[in-house]
Write a protein that binds this ligand. Structure first.
Ligand SMILES: Nc1ncnc2c1ncn2[C@@H]1O[C@H](COP(=O)(O)OP(=O)(O)OP(=O)(O)O)[C@@H](O)[C@H]1O
Ligand SMILES: [Mg+2]
Length: 503
């Protein structure tokens, strides 16, 4: 059996095409898992951790968050009232028109950040995570480690981040795909190979269990351009590393397919009519586009051209983090320069993370020094990054959003508004706009009539709006944002296997 694997920067999925149906491989009940692995240096049996022992701490943190929120609201109201009085006085004195005063008030109020309280559920989660972290440390201090081997104790997905946060020692890699195209020293290369092969082995085992055969063949999706520090050579290195990792994971055959081509196959299988279609996949790490005749009754879609941009949702996270979360750690308010905060925010770059952890904090004033010291502890930047991503996702629907940063400081919160999001995505959207302009020019001779949108970022309204700015007359079809690529990979895998047998 040959399966399709969508090894994504943010999420990974796998599927097989069996008897004309795409069968998704399930990971803890979900058809995808976060592309993160944690391997503890010394595993602890975390099933012994008892959540209920911390009920009181949860209630008390919820109460202090509520007090902190009331205080922040009080400060906000006071500042807002000062703004109103200031401009109204100017208007009264004739230095400003009534209209002008209203405008200035509205501008100043929107720049002032209204505090958003985190949900009680979020506070509970943060409290339990912090408690578990202390508990694991106690177990390790008392020498109570588990007998399970390091490789067998590897934890994948969302749980990897939780577990990493709990341990002081171990290795977590999130979004390893983002590193495959970068210059790597021998130890880093080996570490990344080990992590990626662990992920592929996890997939191979799950697929073999669920399909009832030993799965040893796969088609792996690849972006048109990998994120890279070496230009196109970075993409070649990434593919070679994936091949080596797959062999270590027990795969005997692997081949690759461009991710937007796979998404085109998914749409081809769904659409009874043939349309000139632009397929746009905006993921966590890269943005990939292809164009061609898709749908109808031909065996396969006829694709003509592809374009790739090595940027995606994680770049929006970085922008949002620098805008709204890093100031909580002193960005722009102390002697540390902006690159220190970029290092802290770029969690998939191991060198930058090390540089951040090694940053000296002498002379940094309160309360930033203590917060930064906590952020320098193992796993905390990754956890913070996940909270920034939560803010970004919430802001796709809501005008404002908040998360609890109790694990940094009791009662501490981060909040963001649509205008923060706009600053956060500005750089990414500029690149995305440039790419769409180029695609629009290069398809001017034969305009697409349909745009098939997929990738997690396609859930963000600003992505569809950008597409519509460049392709105003097309029909936009939303594919499954998470599974638009893997289905096509599975269909291609089955067909390529069949072809190899009949040839
Ligand atoms: N509702 C949402 N609003 C905004 N962004 C979202 C939403 N849902 C998911 N995302 C973002 O989509 C991205 C993940 O998309 P996807 O799963 O397609 O990426 P991937 O396949 O792992 O990455 P890539 O294909 O680039 O390697 C993340 O940055 C995630 O935060
Ligand atoms: Mg993807």
């Amino acid at each position: 059996m040959r399966i399709g694997i969508d090894f994504g920067t943010s999420y990974t999925a796998a599927a097989a095409y069996v008897d004309g149906v795409v069968r998704h491989i399930s990971f803890r009940g979900n058809s995808q898992f976060r592309t993160a692995v944690f391997m503890p240096e010394k595993p602890v049996d975390t099933t012994l951790f008892d959540d209920t022992a911390y009920d009181q701490a949860v209630v008390s943190n919820q109460a202090s968050a509520s007090i902190a929120h009331s205080k922040a609201m009080g400060d906000y109201e006071e500042a807002a009232s000062k703004i109103r009085v200031y401009y109204r006085t100017l208007a009264k004195d004739g230095d400003l028109t009534e209209e002008g005063a209203k405008e200035q008030i509205s501008l100043a109020l929107s720049a002032l950040k209204k505090p958003v309280p985190p949900s009680p559920e979020a506070i509970k989660k943060a409290t339990l995570a912090a408690a578990k972290r202390d508990w694991v440390q106690q177990q390790l201090d008392q020498g109570r480690t588990s007998s399970v081997s390091i490789d067998e104790s590897a934890v994948f997905g969302e749980e990897a981040i939780e577990e990493f946060f709990s341990y002081e020692a171990g290795r977590l890699i999130q979004s390893p795909k983002s590193m495959l195209g970068f210059k790597l020293g021998a130890p880093q290369r080996e570490a990344i190979l080990q992590i990626v092969s662990n992920i592929l082995c996890h997939i191979r085992r799950a697929a073999s269990d669920q399909l009832g055969v030993d799965v040893t063949e796969a088609i792996i999706g690849r972006p048109v351009l990998f994120r890279s520090s070496m230009g196109p050579e970075g993409s070649n290195q990434a593919v070679r590393l994936l091949e080596e990792a797959a062999a270590r994971a027990g795969f005997k055959f692997v081949d690759f397919l461009h991710e937007p081509a796979a998404a085109a196959i998914t749409y081809h299988a769904q659409s009874p009519d043939a349309n000139r279609t632009l397929v746009v996949d905006v993921g966590g790490g890269t943005t990939d586009i292809t164009v061609g005749l898709v749908g109808g009754h031909t065996e396969v879609p006829h694709l003509e051209e592809t374009w790739g941009l090595a940027k995606g949702g994680t770049d929006v996270d970085l922008g949002l983090s620098l805008r709204t979360v890093m100031p909580i750690f002193g960005k722009g308010q102390c002697s540390l320069l902006a690159p220190v905060y970029v290092n802290a925010a770029m969690v998939s770059d191991l060198n930058r993370q090390k540089d951040f952890r090694d940053t000296k904090l002498t002379g940094v004033p309160a309360p930033f020094q203590k917060r930064l010291l906590t952020l320098q502890r193992n796993g905390v930047t990754v956890r913070l990054n996940r909270d920034v991503e939560l803010l970004k996702v919430a802001l796709s629907n809501d005008a404002e959003a908040g998360v609890s940063l109790d694990y940094i400081e009791s009662g501490l919160q981060a909040s963001a508004t649509t205008s923060d999001l706009e600053c956060g995505y500005e750089r990414f959207l500029r690149s995305f706009d440039d790419l769409l302009s180029q695609v629009s020019k290069e398809t001017a001779h034969s305009r697409p009539t349909v745009v098939f949108l997929t990738g997690g970022m396609s859930r963000a309204p600003y992505i569809e709006q950008a597409v519509r700015r460049h392709f105003s007359t097309v029909q936009v079809v939303h594919g499954d944002a998470s599974l638009g690529v893997v289905g096509g990979l599975a269909i291609h895998a089955a067909r390529s296997m069949w072809l190899s047998k009949v040839q």
